[in-house]
Design a protein around this ligand. Structure first.
Ligand code: HPA
Length: 276
């Protein structure tokens, strides 16, 4: 069996046959946020299906391309869409694109996602800086033999969400005039939305947002010593807080409606992160 490192070498080799870029910042674009990648300069797009070991997503709103280019002066690589654990992919596959960005040499990755809000005073469309997470997915991408070429057996998670990148995000949002919430993201497996009882539990555990992604990627990136920042688009109030039933098309619609704000924040954030 090949190791993760060997698989990454194969993926990176295939990338290198298409593009010679040395990205400094990686970006993961969540539900409805993929179009950001189409606006970057000198865009080169590689469909996940054309790269070894990258699974493709069947979820609406998740185009699957690795996109290279520049935002201002900063060379970037964007994951335009991601795969989720609930789609049934092995967790190593779920994080392979994030690990590929790390292996390509990015020093920071900015992660975006759509999430449900747990605070009744928040509104759909609010943006939230992720300060920390709760891994409630029942699994971890580092399960199995540790590949020491990637990182240590027991990675520290004290500053999973890099304090410098958090400062950069706050400054970026202020610069473009977008207000930001702050909070803890609870990562659940899905694909069901939560029950109202589960939402009460998550609130008691100290979470402000809930979603079905991000946590595996962040763990895999921190293992490889990449700095991580994350931004949630609160697409809906969570089950039992929202007056209406949850529906994926609403999640997508809210994310789409906030796309311009998010793109401006992300652009300003990338500029700052590129200097780290
Ligand atoms: N729960 C879980 N994941 C989500 C939600 C939610 O309410 N909204 C968007 N992603």
């Amino acid at each position: 069996m090949t190791t993760i490192s060997e698989q990454l070498d194969e993926t990176v080799k295939a990338v290198r046959e298409r593009v010679s870029a040395s990205p400094k910042v990686g970006v993961i674009l969540g539900s409805g946020l993929g179009p950001f990648a189409d606006g970057i300069a000198d865009l080169v797009k590689i469909p996940y299906g054309e790269l070894p070991h990258l699974p493709t997503s069947a979820v609406v709103g998740h185009a699957g391309n690795l996109c290279f280019g520049r935002v201002g002066d900063v060379p970037v690589v964007c994951m335009q869409g991601r795969v989720h654990l609930y789609e049934g992919h092995p967790i190593a596959s779920v994080v392979h694109a994030a690990r590929t960005m790390a292996r390509l040499g990015v020093s920071s990755v900015l992660v975006t996602n759509a999430a449900g809000g747990l605070d009744a005073s928040w509104s759909p469309g609010d943006l939230m800086m992720v300060t920390d997470h709760l891994n409630l997915m029942g699994t971890n991408p580092l399960i199995g033999p540790n590949d020491a070429a990637l990182g240590p057996r027991f990675p520290d998670m004290t500053t999973a969400y890099d304090p410098g990148l958090r400062d950069d995000l706050a400054a970026a949002a202020a610069e473009v005039g977008v207000s930001l919430r702050k909070g803890v993201y609870a990562g659940l497996l899905g694909p069901t939305y939560e029950t109202p009882a589960e939402i009460r539990m998550l609130r008691a555990l100290g979470a402000q947002a809930v979603g079905m992604s991000t946590v595996p990627e962040v763990i895999a990136l921190r293992h490889m010593k990449v700095k991580v920042g994350a931004l949630s688009c609160i697409t809906n109030l969570a089950a039992g807080i929202s007056a209406t039933e949850l529906d994926h098309s609403e999640v997508e619609e809210t994310a789409r409606a906030k796309r311009d704000d998010l793109a401006r924040v992300l652009g300003a954030w990338i500029t700052r992160a590129g200097k780290r």
